[in-house]
Design a protein. Structure first.
Length: 319
């Protein structure tokens, strides 16, 4: 699939950084990644350990594509969650201008689009050698929230919002972790951690936390770490300080995504403050890091949701 070589773009300004004029696609992609990374770094610097909380405590199941009926994943989940909260949108539904037009809606005057990305590997056969080769397909699309559109009568679209139901053990997160098959102990009451050597999550008791939400967010953070085991997703992001920061960022985003799916208000861990400088430094040196972390977090979330459904099937079959 061929790419257009250049884009004529409107000025895109993020925290005083302006990208405008005629730029190549590679430059525009790099600019967009830098803008997203800088926006997240700015949130970390200003909101501290609460940097993610304000983006994911809105009701609903996360940003949803009207064209596919599926939730956005990876970096698009993060971008659209940020935009929804920043602009106070009540809906989690998004679509492009042609998709809204097809449904009989137009964009309200003065509304601006949000950029989302499509990234996927493409495999093709080399005509000369017959060998399979691959390249990364990357494109950008512009979407609008349902709150930004109106019909011919000036009315916004209305949707039936379904709220997921989950059985409850001690908490929703406990029930979810049990259905995933995770081993959880309460041997060390002073720390929450995942121990790969024994493949076990250690948690303080729920009563030690300030709220049930704080306990659940912490458990889901550790459950995301649990997916890195070689028998599961075999995720190894490095053993140096930056590798540790990458894995913690994946777990942070994974917990946020799972809180959204389970309809749990996100409460950040108290010890996240100590990770902030590492994350800020990582995003400064590697703007791609937030994209990669979001992709890994989405992979972990999908994996856990599949395990949870399988675990639920076993429970109902035995009943």
């Amino acid at each position: 699939m061929a790419y257009r070589k250049t884009y004529k773009t409107k000025a895109d300004t993020v925290r005083g950084e302006t990208f405008s004029g005629k730029v190549s696609k590679a430059e525009r992609v790099a600019n967009m990644k830098l803008a997203v990374a800088n926006k997240i770094r700015h949130q970390m610097l200003t909101a501290g350990k609460d940097w993610l909380k304000n983006w994911v405590t809105v009701p609903g199941q996360g940003p949803l594509s009207l064209s596919t009926g599926k939730n956005y994943r990876g970096i698009n989940w993060l971008i659209l969650s940020m935009e929804r909260v920043a602009n106070g949108y009540s809906s989690d539904k998004w679509a492009t201008l042609p998709q809204w037009n097809k449904r009989g809606y137009k964009i309200s005057k003065g509304e601006k689009s949000t950029t989302v990305v499509l990234y996927k590997p493409v495999v093709y056969q080399d005509k000369e050698t017959g060998e399979d080769k691959a390249y990364s397909y990357f494109d950008m699309f512009y979407v609008f929230n349902a709150d930004q559109v109106i019909d011919e009568n000036g009315e916004k679209p209305a949707f039936d919002e379904a709220v997921p139901e989950f059985s409850q053990d001690e908490t929703l997160a406990d029930d979810f972790a049990a259905r995933c098959g995770a081993s959880i102990t309460y041997g060390n009451p002073n720390s929450a951690f995942y121990a790969p050597a024994v493949d076990t999550i250690n948690m303080p008791k729920s009563g030690q936390f300030n709220s049930p939400e704080a306990y659940q967010a912490t458990l889901l953070h550790e459950l995301t770490h649990w997916t890195k085991h070689p028998s599961r997703l075999d995720r190894n992001l490095g053993r140096d300080r930056k590798g540790y920061a990458r894995e913690e960022l994946v777990a942070e985003l994974g917990a946020a995504m799972l809180c959204g799916v389970l309809n749990i208000s996100l409460e950040p861990r108290e010890d996240h403050a100590k990770y902030l400088n590492n994350w800020i430094e990582l995003l400064k040196d590697e703007p791609d890091a937030i994209f990669k972390a979001a992709a890994k977090a989405s992979e972990a979330t999908d994996y856990l949701l599949e395990l949870s459904e399988a675990g639920w099937d076993e429970v109902t079959a035995a009943a």
